[in-house]
Design a protein around this ligand. Structure first.
Ligand code: G3P
Length: 235
C-alpha cells in the first residue's frame, strides 16, 4: 500500500514530503478552505512543497459536467501533469468522470461510501476510487470491510482502477485497509506520524544513545570516530 498525505497545510506538506515516502498529496475543498488563502498561490505553494513529480489529487466543486471539466483544466494548468481531478460520485460527478477520462485525465472518484459506487465510478473511467473509511465507520458501517469488498469486486471483474482509501481517524483503520487490499491510503499529517511512532522505538533509541554517550561522548557521531581516509587509500 502506498501512502499519500491528505492536507493543504503547506508547512505540514513540506515536512511530510521530506520525512515520509509519500506517493502523492490529496486535498479537498474543506482542507483548502481551512488555509484561508487565495487559491492560486496556495496551489503553487503546495506543488512546491510536495515537489514537481508527485501526483496531486485536487477536487472540483462545480455542479455540472461542463463546469467540472473547466475546473479540472484550470487545476492542471496550475499543478502540472502530475494531477488527478477528484470528482464526487454524484450523478453529475459520474458523468464528469466519463468526460474527464475521455479528455485524457485520470480522475479520482471521491466521497465513496459503497462498493457499488466504486464499481460504477470505475466503469465510468475513474483511475482511483476513494472510499471514506472513518466516515463509513462513523455512520455504522465497516470502512475496512467496504474497502475489502471493493478490492474483491475489482479483482473479480479484472478492473484496474486503484483504491485510494481516505478519511482516517486511527492507526488501526490504516492497517485494516492495507490488509483489506487498498492500493494506497491518504492520511492526515498527524496520523502519518502516528503510523510510524511506537513508544518502545523511542525508549530503544534513547537507550542506544545513552550507552553510546557513556563510551564515546554525548555529541560524538560515528563519522567523528571514522575519519575519511579514502584520499589515502582509494580502495
Ligand atoms: O480526502 C477526503 C478526506 O479528507 C475526508 O477525510 O477526515 O474529513 O473524513 P475526513
Amino acid at each position: 500500500m502506498l501512502f499519500l498525505l491528505d492536507s493543504a497545510d503547506v508547512a505540514a506538506v513540506a515536512r511530510a514530503a521530506a520525512l515520509h515516502p509519500l506517493a502523492g498529496l490529496t486535498t479537498n475543498p474543506t482542507l483548502l478552505a481551512r488555509a484561508r488563502r487565495p487559491l492560486a498561490p496556495l496551489l503553487a505553494d503546495l506543488r512546491t512543497a510536495v515537489g514537481p513529480d508527485l501526483p496531486i489529487h485536487a477536487q472540483v466543486v462545480g455542479a455540472d459536467v461542463a463546469t467540472m471539466c473547466v475546473e479540472a483544466e484550470r487545476l492542471r494548468d496550475r499543478l502540472g501533469a502530475a494531477f488527478h481531478p477528484k470528482v464526487p460520485v454524484t450523478p453529475q460527478g459520474l458523468a464528469a468522470i466519463r468526460a474527464l477520462a475521455a479528455r485524457g485525465f485520470a480522475p479520482t472518484a471521491t466521497a465513496v461510501f459503497t462498493p457499488l459506487q466504486a464499481l460504477l465510478a470505475a466503469r465510468a473511467g475513474a483511475a482511483f476510487v476513494a472510499p471514506y473509511v472513518a466516515r463509513i465507520d462513523a455512520s455504522g458501517g465497516d470502512g475496512p470491510a467496504t474497502v475489502g469488498e471493493i478490492a474483491r469486486l475489482f479483482a473479480i471483474h479484472a478492473i484496474e482502477t486503484r483504491i485510494l482509501a481516505a478519511s482516517f481517524k486511527s492507526v488501526r483503520q490504516i492497517l485494516a485497509v492495507a490488509l483489506a487490499g487498498a492500493h494506497s491510503a491518504t492520511l492526515p499529517p498527524d496520523l502519518l506520524d502516528a503510523a510510524l511512532a511506537h513508544p518502545s522505538t523511542d525508549t530503544g533509541v534513547a537507550g542506544f544513545l545513552a550507552d553510546w554517550a557513556d563510551a564515546y561522548g554525548r555529541d560524538t557521531t560515528v563519522a567523528d570516530l571514522l575519519p575519511d581516509d579514502r584520499r589515502l587509500d582509494p580502495r
